[in-house]
Design a binder for this molecule. Structure first.
Ligand code: SF4
Length: 152
């Protein structure tokens, strides 16, 4: 679907497609606004540029990093709540905020893994190293992890 087609749907039209996800009203509004900007200013293309991406409605550093990495192959690291938690918990890239964690992971993760690293880290955080109760007994990096309160 092109930005022009999304813009033509309008907010209510987009809501119908995404109403099963959280904050769908705000997301639908941002999607339509973004589609209008892409249609009018970028010839219907997503810009390959951090500043331009972050100027779009609802797009912050994390989303810009996802787009730059996944769509354009840039070696960026999108730190979400899962990656922030496991980076601190395991001790691989501790940081007091997401930017600090992002910078540490960028130094730590080997270049050849940078295109998919954020997906793997998110999946590890979502399904194994969960926020409330990490499943340390079935964790494949239990011997490397520095978390002091591992579950048994
Ligand atoms: S051992 Fe436990 S705390 Fe450490 S990464 Fe695995 S699941 Fe998370």
């Amino acid at each position: 679907m092109t930005p022009a087609a999304i813009a033509a749907l309008g907010v209510e039209g987009v809501e119908n497609y995404i109403k099963t996800i959280g904050l769908f009203r705000a997301k639908a509004k941002h999607l339509v606004q973004t589609a209008e900007i892409l249609r009018d200013r970028y010839n219907g293309e997503v810009p390959e540029d951090r500043e331009a991406l972050e100027s779009l409605p609802g797009v912050g550093r994390k989303t810009a990093n996802v787009v730059l990495n996944t769509a354009f192959g840039h070696l960026t690291m999108a730190v979400d709540t899962h990656i922030f938690r496991i980076s601190n918990r395991t001790g691989i890239a501790p940081g007091k905020d997401v930017l600090q964690v992002e910078k540490r992971l960028l130094k730590l993760v080997p270049q050849e893994f940078m295109l998919n690293a954020h997906h793997w880290l998110i999946l590890h955080g979502r399904y194994v190293c969960k926020a409330r109760k990490p499943e340390c007994t079935r964790c494949s990096i239990v011997d490397l992890c520095e978390f002091k309160k591992k579950t048994t």
